[in-house]
Design a protein around this ligand. Structure first.
Ligand code: NAP
Ligand code: MG
Length: 470
């Protein structure tokens, strides 16, 4: 077990202001692997002060030079790539291959795009007789969830730094080790003291103190809609700008003309990835009634290929969920699905392993849109297949949710799929399995959030405008 006794504040490792600690548990074997400080209001205050003190200097650093620091940070992360991946397996339970590729390499690559963007983005523009300056919004509070720890940190810190903001990061209590590793990379990259600060701690203590701190100008939050609502209200009260990346209940719409086996296989993979803990996962698969049973059978067969077990083992595709609390939550939803009359085709509430927070990959058919499992975010390896009668019905079901984060559409032609995608109330849609694009805006319609991350859209969240009339 590794004990961390400090937090990264003002460019050095500072002892915590409290003696409280958080035990970090490996969800695959339930063992305590580390302890980190549970930061309190005093730690948050010190971090915000450090970020404030560093702001004028960082904001005045030319964007190209900020880009060079981001480049150095990128290189420092590349040096520690294997350690990031190993830490993600240990603290999150992410299957090793997924941890290495999707959870580590992809965010490091995304960081490089911001190094370039900082150097090339025009931070001023001309509008008739005005010059519009795009200036940093100030000190940023970044509050991140546990499901994609490194990606969530990078998707906030990289654009904020590129924009000229300074940051205080509060990572999720379940996955603080990758955040501390990230702080070591910040240090190794030689970023000026106070530009990036990391405070570990509980959401209702350190997170709350950070969001409330009057020295914070902008809050960037990713997490549940319940906490997002609180953060939004708090930001409103203090007139701070805020971006919220929240929950999802995304629809994967398979139109009658689609390549059914391909669409079903991709849909199953989308939900099982990261052991079912992806905010934008296509947790609702929509299939025309004519091909419904065929799709359910294909999904059942595909699902049987998802081996559940030790995330460190090579063949594992589904690891444990992150915590005992999440396991109970997911099992509760599975029980609710059965209770409300959905047909359990595979999986169920039975634990596939005695030790570790495992949930069996689960498939429900005959799910109707009014059922709890079709409405609420489950955040586990659970896929629901819903039936539609015609295109109007499919549009209605796809949009019958308070969320609007993502979606998928499959059809014979791109035109047909795009026409359907235009009718979806959601921030992002993959057409016939289009690849994830880290430069395209990411964010939600409706209660999935406010604001966008990634690429230039993400950068703009951290900029405010000043117009000079000439
Ligand atoms: P969460 O409970 O909302 O926590 C998110 C972060 O907020 C954590 O760092 C948490 O700290 C902190 N927090 C909790 N209560 C707080 C408070 N009162 N004030 C300030 N901060 C507080 O969410 P989660 O369970 O970690 O993550 C799962 C959720 O995130 C899902 O709903 C998922 O859909 C969503 N998510 C969305 C996106 C997206 O881009 N839209 C991406 C990933 C995840 P603790 O860890 O100590 O509780
Ligand atoms: Mg939480």
């Amino acid at each position: 077990m590794k004990a961390h006794d400090g937090m990264y504040i003002g460019g050095r490792w500072r002892p915590a202001g409290t003696s409280d600690t958080i035990a970090v548990i490996n969800p695959a074997d339930e063992r305590v692997i580390a302890e980190v400080p549970a930061g309190g209001a005093a730690d948050v205050d010190a971090a915000v002060r450090a970020a404030r003190a560093a702001l004028p200097g960082w904001a005045a650093t030319p964007p190209g030079a900020r880009g060079a620091f981001l480049g150095a940070l990128h290189d420092a992360m590349v040096d520690r790539e294997e350690e990031f991946a190993r830490t993600l397996v240990a603290e999150l339970g992410a299957p090793a291959r997924f941890a290495a590729r999707v959870q580590t390499r992809a965010p490091i690559a995304a960081l490089a795009t911001y190094a370039e963007l900082a150097a090339t983005h025009p931070f001023e523009e001309r509008v008739a007789n005005s010059t519009v300056l795009l200036e940093p919004v100030g000190v940023v509070a970044a509050i991140t969830p546990w499901n994609y720890p490194v990606s969530m940190i990078v998707s906030k810190v990289a654009p904020a730094l590129a924009a000229g903001c300074t940051i205080v990061l509060k990572p999720a209590e379940d996955t603080p080790l990758t955040a501390l590793l990230f702080a070591e990379c910040v240090d190794a990259a030689g970023l000026p003291a106070g530009v990036v600060n990391v405070v570990t701690g509980y959401g209702h203590v350190a997170g709350q103190a950070l969001a409330e701190h009057e020295g914070v100008d902008h809050i960037s939050f990713t997490g549940s809609t319940a906490v997002g609502r609180k953060i939004g209200a708090l930001a409103g009260g203090a007139i701070k700008s805020v971006s919220l990346e929240l929950g999802g209940k995304s629809a994967n719409v398979i139109l009658p003309s689609a390549d059914l086996p391909r669409a079903v296989a991709a849909g199953v993979g989308h939900v099982m990835a990261n052991s079912g803990q992806t905010c934008y996962a296509w947790t609702r698969m929509l299939v025309h009634s004519d091909r419904y049973e065929e799709a359910v059978e294909l999904a059942r067969r595909d699902l049987s290929g998802y081996a559940v077990g030790d995330p460190a083992a090579a063949g594992t595709r589904v690891g444990p969920v992150v915590s005992a609390k999440q396991r109970e939550r997911v099992r509760g939803y599975i029980a609710k699905g059965v209770e409300e009359g959905a047909r359990l085709v595979a999986g169920g509430t039975e634990a596939p392993h005695a030790t570790g927070y495992f949930v069996a990959p689960t498939l429900f058919a005959d799910v109707t849109s009014d059922m709890t499992i079709a409405q609420e975010e489950i955040f586990g390896p659970v896929l629901s297949v819903l039936r539609y009668e015609d295109e109007e019905d499919a549009v209605r079901i796809a949009n019958d949710t308070v969320y609007g984060l993502h979606g998928g559409v499959w059809a014979d032609t791109e035109e047909e799929a795009v026409a359907f995608a235009r009718r979806m109330d959601t921030g992002r849609v993959d057409i016939n399995g289009g690849d994830f694009n880290t430069l395209a805006p990411f964010g939600g319609y409706k209660q999935s959030g406010v604001g966008r991350e990634m690429g230039t859209y993400g950068l703009h969240e951290y900029l405010q405008t000043k117009s000079l009339q000439l």
